[in-house]
Design a protein around this ligand. Structure first.
Ligand SMILES: NC(=O)c1ccc[n+]([C@@H]2O[C@H](COP(=O)([O-])OP(=O)(O)OC[C@H]3O[C@@H](n4cnc5c(N)ncnc54)[C@H](OP(=O)(O)O)[C@@H]3O)[C@@H](O)[C@H]2O)c1
Length: 320
């Protein structure tokens, strides 16, 4: 297959680069920014000097540019790793968040509809949160976003489905990796440099190692390839099209997450204490409980998901 990755220089996009290295498929990696020297060095450390680090410029808000690359490269599937991911800043930037999280995914879906391809799109646990659920959220549960980020991501899902393209929408949560900025890297620094730290314990979810998500995307692409191969990719429907939940296994608060980050990094001198969310005023109210139920993806694709601390240990081992 020919696979286009958008937002290839973000957290998930870089993990897709690592997995693509051993794939028989052709990958085209695109973004609006070039790979940083830090990311290239990490890619080489994790996957060897022959890893593909090139980036073709593609702005997914431009439908003509998308169609040009899709047709030129005969793309069979798009993995959309691009998004507006700044949850706080989204509150003051609705138009930009909507453009990137709703209109741009619709552009990708229109392009895939035109060439009868598959769109793999990433959404978020923040489509939930307004109602105080205390059981893991299922795919068919009504979206109740608490802020602009979650609302625009939910709209993006709806716009993709409305185009009628073959789609896999994977809602994930608390994403971290060896690349870019994320909670794990921030807490590695803070627990190494501060004598004391307060972290909220009244927001509960599940961390997701972006490498594990990339592996599941790979499994989905292989499954799609098997189903589509016999018809030379002319099947009009992928039998597993739909919305899925994906995170690591288990449940924790940001406080628990931080405690394990410090422990695995050996940052033992920082006194980490739990606190309430209202001690950290934020422009957006974040979900108190956004644990995702992953039964559907596990059963349909026959996969086992790593427990969150096992994946965290691996990522920290790669980082320090
Ligand atoms: N991070 C989380 O905790 C989290 C949680 C749940 C779900 N998700 C979802 O998971 C997916 C991957 O997230 P991530 O953390 O890997 O994202 P990320 O690290 O922020 O990477 C996104 C990439 O997309 C690029 N981009 C921005 N605008 C673009 C445009 N117009 N055209 C093409 N590329 C563009 C970004 O460039 P710039 O750096 O210049 O913006 C960046 O390189 C997203 O859909 C996100 O909503 C993330």
């Amino acid at each position: 297959m020919n696979i286009l990755v958008t937002g290839a220089n973000g957290q998930l996009g870089n993990e897709m680069r690592i997995l693509a290295k051993n794939s028989a498929d052709k990958y085209v990696f695109t973004d609006v920014v070039d790979a940083t020297e830090e990311s290239i060095a990490m890619l080489k450390k994790l996957a060897g000097d022959d890893i593909k680090t090139e980036t073709e410029h593609l702005d997914i808000t431009n439908i003509d540019a998308i169609l040009e690359v899709v047709k030129r490269e005969k793309i069979d599937a798009i993995v959309n790793c691009a998004a507006y991911t700044n949850v706080d800043a989204a509150e003051d930037n609705y138009d930009l968040a909507e453009l990137l999280n709703a209109k741009a995914p619709e552009n990708l879906a229109i392009a895939m509809k035109e060439v009868n391809g598959l769109l793999v799109h990433i959404s978020t646990d923040y489509v939930f949160g307004k109602e105080p659920y205390n059981t893991p959220c299922k795919e068919d549960q009504k979206g109740t976003p608490t802020g602009v980020y979650g609302a625009t991501k939910l709209l993006g899902e709806q716009k993709i489905i409305a185009t009628g393209c073959k789609h896999m929408i994977l809602r994930t949560a608390w994403l971290y990796s060896e690349f870019g900025k994320n909670f794990v890297k921030t807490m590695l620094n803070l627990t190494a440099s501060k004598p004391q730290l307060k972290v909220v314990f009244d927001q509960v979810g599940t961390p997701t190692y972006a490498y594990d998500l990339a592996q599941t995307i790979n499994t989905i692409l292989e499954d799609y390839k098997k189903e589509a191969f016999n018809s030379q990719f002319s099947i009009l429907n992928y039998s597993k099209s739909g919305v899925y939940h994906f995170s690591n296994e288990g449940v924790c608060s940001w406080y628990d997450f931080t405690k394990m980050i410090a422990e695995y990094a050996g940052n033992t001198s920082c006194d980490i204490q739990p606190c309430h969310s209202n001690e950290f005023p934020s422009p957006v109210k974040r979900p108190a409980f956004s644990v995702l139920d992953k039964t559907k993806v596990k059963e349909l694709f026959g996969i086992k998901l790593p427990y969150w601390t096992d994946s965290l240990k691996q990522c920290i081992h790669n980082l320090v």
